[in-house]
Design a protein around this ligand. Structure first.
Ligand code: GDP
Ligand code: MG
Length: 194
């Protein structure tokens, strides 16, 4: 029988996750939730690979820029002082560059994860983008306390341990980008698939 909404998502343990020794803990939390690891590898990405991973479209860049702006308004900080501009598109482009610098600076762990509603389930396990706001019990909430303001002042991406696709389309694109079409495994988990 076809399991409803069985899908795959893409997960990457970021440099801070690897350096904090959280590889095992992150995998454990997903397997514990009946999610199945169907591809897994440690690797050092190139800048070009990382550049292809993150979207370049204006909508994505604006979203990042607008959220950054919202943080500055909320905490009454001056965005122009850190970014030289308040234009969301330019702010988004700057954050994207910091993200690429960071993600290509050290080894990462990449994986494809399969399960019912895998995209939403993994996002829930991972928690909010901003670690200081992420719920306790989530990976970001339990193991990081980084904030956007400190990251922006230091001209770097927020250290939030892990990347996880946000939509099934993003997941398909990312799995194909990092694993190609063929390197995904099939197996049955005891108690879940049979
Ligand atoms: P995610 O899907 O929860 O990882 O978040 P996004 O897709 O919105 O952003 C991608 C990554 O960019 C995040 O995981 C952060 O590492 C980084 N990031 C997002 N917003 C900001 C920000 O306002 N400032 C900085 N410095 N980094 C950010
Ligand atoms: Mg994202």
């Amino acid at each position: 029988m076809q399991i409803p909404k069985e899908e795959k998502t893409y997960v990457m343990i970021k440099p801070d996750g690897v350096r904090k020794g959280l590889i095992g803990e992150i995998i454990r939390r997903m397997e514990q939730r009946d999610l199945k690891i169907v591809a897994l590898e440690m690797f050092q990405p190139s800048r070009e690979q990382m550049d292809k991973h993150y979207p370049k479209d204006e909508k994505w860049l604006r979203r990042i820029g607008e959220r950054t702006q919202a943080t500055y308004t909320k905490y009454d900080h001056d965005i122009k002082r850190d970014f030289g501009t308040a234009d969301p598109l330019r702010v988004g482009k700057t954050v994207r560059k910091w993200l690429i610098d960071y993600m290509s600076s050290a080894p990462l762990v990449k994986m494809a994860v399969q399960g019912v509603h895998a995209v939403d389930m993994v996002r829930k396990i991972v928690g909010d983008t901003m670690p200081y706001l992420a719920d306790m019990g989530t990976i970001r909430g339990d193991y990081s306390a980084d904030s956007a303001i400190s990251a922006n002042i230091e001209h770097r991406a927020i250290f939030n341990l892990i990347h996880a696709s946000e939509t099934p389309q993003e997941a398909r694109h990312e799995i194909e980008h990092w694993f190609g079409k063929k390197n995904i495994f099939k197996y049955k988990r005891f108690g879940i698939d049979e």
